[in-house]
Design a protein around this ligand. Structure first.
Ligand code: 3H9
Length: 647
């Protein structure tokens, strides 16, 4: 079947694109559109053309799977120019998303109309590239340079009403898109036509504007190359003739397409889309999820409840007494009130989200829930007691999940009569924000229960990654090795502050020591102490020395660094130097690049061990864990990708 079909309603022709799943602009589609322009130009009965798409979306962009291969004709910039130069005006009728090359096609059309919930955007920077078919050159001619810079440097799409206000589209269609677009086209051909977008004027901001924009982009890009390159391309559009700017854009696009960063971001793009639907579970039906309960309303429980409410499901919160219920509900309310403060929610929306949470101490309330997620204190006895009660009151098919981060789920499930519906679901704090969800089945977990864990991940718009059982699962196990390696460098004489600076320079938001000061050194310390108490041979760490001296991080006024009250900026600590004296070699001259190479190499080595043991299914899964749970820079592709391509 052809990916492009043409129909005629009187003097308006309709070109329909049907190239599932997202109408990406592969070669066949580009050729089909090219031929359609020629055919309709040659048809004297046609006065205007509506371009519309079948399926869930308008053209979602270039076909990313083609990026690793040599470009094949017709090239996208030529196709956009061909549509723009068509003898009949084309009207892009947008539903779903018009992104990247899809939006560039729409920019070649004389008019753009869209359904109210459609979105348009230039997400190329999220793939390590810039638009390559006029996106940076035509967009500012419609909406002005500032809006174009915002769109193209962040990659964030705009909804149709905002796009209309910005001048990027000509109308928002209510009701049937095709009917509305045909009516729009009929009216438009009775008026003088506007200029093609390429022929419209563009403003030229002064040097100060570009300086500010460059500073802002350098700050937010944190090492990613594409945002500053897309800015340069828009500047060229503002300062050079159209054709020169198009050449500049194309050259930049072609250069970036072949870079390591683009390859990394493409790999992550496809891994993120594959993760929620593992091949092994393709034929396994998940159990329906209509009502979920969470045990424990602390920070983690409240975050999980908020995430479930955001997905529209009612939640029951169970706590051990009325005061704890009240505190838990207040923790949830704080999350939604924060949304109001940040302008993300109206008061009414926040209230509706809060109203969907029922707090109680009565386990009998769980008789009809489909899933329970336990998020109580990380202590085996406490957790077992919870599951003993759940086993007694819940439906036999209800999925029972623990949010443990370090305990062995098999030991928690020992109290359960039918452990096939038991699973580990490890959320990351704040659970309503962090994308990662580690899914940890036990040997007893049924395929349906596992599939339901993934279904929850999809429902909550998380990145679910399956992990086998080991100390810390995938993410915290690698974190432990990373921190130990960072301490190893300190022992070898590398200053703490230089290690943190190296990892920030690498693209993480924080280095390993600053991060520990923020989260608290005591949690890991207590785990080590627990293991020691059980007779395990756990060597004394530098962190142990600090905790024993009362330095647990920012909350105690100091950890690896000192902190002045009310100021979160770390200050190099003479006290720490004194405490660690004798443990630390004289200062060595390791560069920041060398430091990052060592630490990322250690992460990758632990990742390889995790793969070898069958704890993770693929290097891509490990990379998703580090990117979405631990702030590893996305454009580096994750530690496994980065070490394969030798950082
Ligand atoms: C570009 O356009 C460059 C140009 O400026 C210049 C060129 C010269 N290509 O996300 P979903 C697949 S750069 C190939 O789950 P949703 C995806 O892998 C591009 N495949 O759907 C998945 O496959 P599978 C700029 C693609 O409904 C399936 O489609 N455009 C592409 O949740 C469904 O995807 C973008 O960056 C693609 N471009 O969301 C847009 N896109 O079923 C990227 C998706 O085998 N796409 N697939 O796992 C999106 O943001 C979302 O897919 C979209 C739909 C919002 C459209």
């Amino acid at each position: 079947m052809s990916v492009v079909t043409i129909a005629r309603t009187g003097e308006i022709a309709t070109v329909t694109v049907d190239n599932p799943p997202v109408n990406a602009l592969g070669q066949a589609l580009r050729q089909g559109l090219w031929d359609a322009v020629a055919e309709l130009d040659a048809d004297p009965s046609v006065r205007a053309v509506v371009l519309i798409c079948a399926g869930r979306t308008f053209i979602a962009g270039a076909d990313v799977t083609e990026f690793g291969k040599p470009p094949v004709e017709p090239h996208l910039p030529d196709l956009v120019a061909r549509i723009e130069a068509a003898e009949k005006p084309w009207v892009a009728a947008i539903h779903g998303s018009a992104l990247g090359g899809g939006f560039e096609i729409a920019l070649g059309c004389r008019f753009r109309v869209a359904l109210a919930d459609a979105q348009i955007g230039l997400p190329e920077v999220t793939l390590g590239i810039i638009p390559g078919a006029g996106g940076t050159v035509r967009t500012p001619r419609l909406c002005g340079v500032a809006t174009a810079v915002e769109m193209a440097t962040t990659g964030k799409p705009l909804r149709a009403p905002k796009a209309l206000a910005a001048g990027l589209i000509d109308a928002v269609i209510q009701g049937d898109l095709l009917e509305g677009a045909v009516a729009f086209a009929r009216a438009a051909i009775e008026q003088p036509l506007p200029l093609p977008v390429s022929a419209r004027p563009i403003e030229t901001p002064d040097a100060a504007f570009w300086l500010d924009a460059e500073k802002a982009v350098a700050k937010s890009a944190k090492g990613a190359a594409a945002p500053s390159r897309v800015l340069a391309s828009i500047r060229k559009a503002a300062e050079a003739p159209f054709a020169d700017a198009m050449n500049f854009e194309r050259e930049t696009f072609m250069e970036l397409r072949g870079t390591e960063q683009a390859a990394a971001l493409r790999t992550v793009f496809f891994a993120e889309r594959a993760a929620p639907r593992p091949a092994a579970l393709r034929d396994v039906a998940a159990l329906p999820l209509k009502k979920i309960a969470v045990i424990g309303g602390g920070t983690m429980g409240a975050g999980i409840i908020s995430a479930i409410r955001d997905a529209g499901l009612p939640v029951i919160l169970i706590e051990r007494d009325d005061d704890a219920v009240a505190r838990g509900l207040a923790n949830v309310a704080k999350v939604f009130d924060g949304g109001v403060k940040r302008g993300k929610l109206t008061e009414a929306q926040a209230q509706a989200l809060k109203d969907g949470v029922t707090g109680t101490t009565d386990y009998e309330a769980l008789a009809d829930v489909d899933m329970v997620i336990e998020a109580v204190f990380e202590e085996i006895g406490v957790k077992r007691a919870v599951f003993a009660q759940l086993g007694a009151v819940c439906r036999a098919d209800a999925v029972l999940a623990t949010n443990t981060s370090y305990l062995d789920p098999r030991e928690i499930a020992e109290a359960l009569p039918n452990p096939d519906r038991f699973i580990g679901l490890h959320f990351f704090s704040p659970a309503n924000v962090m994308k990662l969800l580690e899914i940890v089945p036990t040997p007893d977990t049924s395929p349906e229960t596992l599939a339901t864990g993934f279904a929850l991940g999809r429902l909550l718009k998380k990145i679910p990654v399956q992990s086998g059982i080991c100390d810390g699962f995938i993410g915290n196990r690698i974190l432990k090795r990373y921190r130990a390696a960072a301490e190893g460098l300190v022992r070898r004489g590398v200053p703490i502050a230089r290690i943190d600076a190296a990892m920030r320079g690498y693209g993480l938001a924080m280095g390993p020591f600053e991060a520990q000061d923020l989260g608290g050194l005591d949690i890991a310390f207590l785990q080590r102490e627990g293991a020691r108490a059980k007779g395990q041979d756990v060597a004394e760490t530098l962190g142990d020395i600090l905790v024993r001296a009362g330095r647990k991080g920012q909350k105690t006024g100091g950890g690896w660094y000192d902190y002045v009250a009310g100021d979160r900026r770390p200050q190099v600590s003479a006290v720490v130097a004194e405490l660690l004296r004798g443990q630390v070699a004289p200062e060595t001259g390791m560069t920041e690049d060398e430091i990052a190479a060592v630490l990322v190499g250690e992460m990758a080595a632990e990742g390889q061990a995790i793969l070898d043991e069958g704890i993770a299914a693929s290097p891509a899964d490990i990379d998703l864990v580090k990117i979405h749970g631990y702030g590893f820079p996305r454009w580096r592709g994750g530690p496994m990708f980065a070490s394969r391509s030798r950082i």
